[in-house]
Design a binder for this molecule. Structure first.
Ligand code: PDD
Length: 285
């Protein structure tokens, strides 16, 4: 089946989908994005993703190019046209195409909107969740507003590559105080020896993950105790469990951090239970 993308008002064959070379997303990473899970052909937590998109656009003063309802229709149309049952839909909005100049272009420059969708391999993700993944730590050298979901992801790219070259799947950023902020494309969590879930509070130093937000509801709903606070790498090494969350992996157990075995070296009870119960708390559109 041939893939279809949405580019600035048109559904086009994926191989022909193009953006101009002076698009500001391309030249300045002057663009924001969202990745939303598709499950059973339905968008998971579309409302929260579009809320966060609105906040990212507002923070960067990028004009919202179409109504929220219209954007929702496009997302769903791309899912349908690509016949995605389980996968992701990707949305990117840049400040548009203009002569290269860091200052904002004229107000009549239209933002560029791109939507793509692709299937995910559920069996592969479940197999990873059954064994757990390894992570490595890297210094957090990102800018001070990573709560805005921009496509400026070079530190994340380098961090993930470091992880892969060291035989791990994900990297955790650690700030100058030795505290874990988040992963290269996930939020980071631990379960302490006395059974408390800990994840960093959402400030400007992490992306407020939608999966993280839903999981906070799940944690409350399941009667687990939670602390939203920073944790150190040392605390993570000694944790009973660790895991990461994102729209593409939901709850993914972590069994090794920098070579230290976490807990029993197998996915923990809490992470596994939360992974199974996640969809009771998520919104399926
Ligand atoms: N990444 N932190 C970072 C830096 C991320 O890039 C992501 C998402 C998350 C988790 O957010 P959410 O739960 O809303 O997916 C946290 C997406 C999946 C990506 O860039 O592909």
């Amino acid at each position: 089946m041939s893939r279809v993308a949405y580019v600035n008002g048109r559904y086009v064959p994926f191989r022909d989908a193009k953006i101009h070379i002076e698009d500001r997303g391309y030249q300045f990473a002057d663009a924001v994005y969202e990745v939303c899970e598709v499950r059973g052909g339905r968008l998971i937590d579309e409302r929260r993703h579009l809320d966060r998109l609105g906040r990212s656009l507002g923070a960067l003063r990028i004009r919202i190019p179409m109504t929220r309802a219209a954007l929702g229709i496009v997302l769903r149309e791309v899912v349908v046209r690509n016949r995605i049952s389980f996968g992701t839909v990707y949305l990117q909005i840049s400040r548009g195409v203009a002569r290269r100049d860091p200052a904002f272009p004229a107000p009549d420059v239209a933002p560029s909107v791109v939507v793509t969708a692709r299937p995910l391999n559920a069996a592969r993700i479940d197999a990873l969740a059954a064994t757990g993944i390894a992570v490595v730590s890297v210094p957090d050298n990102r800018w001070g507003r990573v709560d805005i979901k921009t496509v400026g992801l070079l530190p994340n790219v380098l961090a993930r590559q470091t992880a892969i070259e060291q035989g791990a799947r994900e990297a955790w950023f650690v700030d100058q105080a030795g505290l874990v902020t988040e992963g290269a494309s996930v939020n980071a969590w631990i379960v302490t020896q006395d059974g408390k879930l800990v994840t960093r509070h959402a400030d400007h130093a992490i992306l407020r993950g939608i999966t993280r937000t839903v999981l906070l509801d799940a944690v409350k709903g399941e009667g687990l105790s939670l602390e939203e606070r920073p944790f150190s790498l040392d605390e993570a090494h000694k944790a009973r469990e660790a895991f990461v969350t994102s729209a593409t992996q939901i709850v993914m157990p972590v069994v090794r951090i920098d070579g230290h075995v976490i807990g029993d070296g197998v996915p923990g009870r809490v992470a596994t239970a939360l992974r199974h119960r996640y969809y009771r708390y998520a919104e399926a559109g």
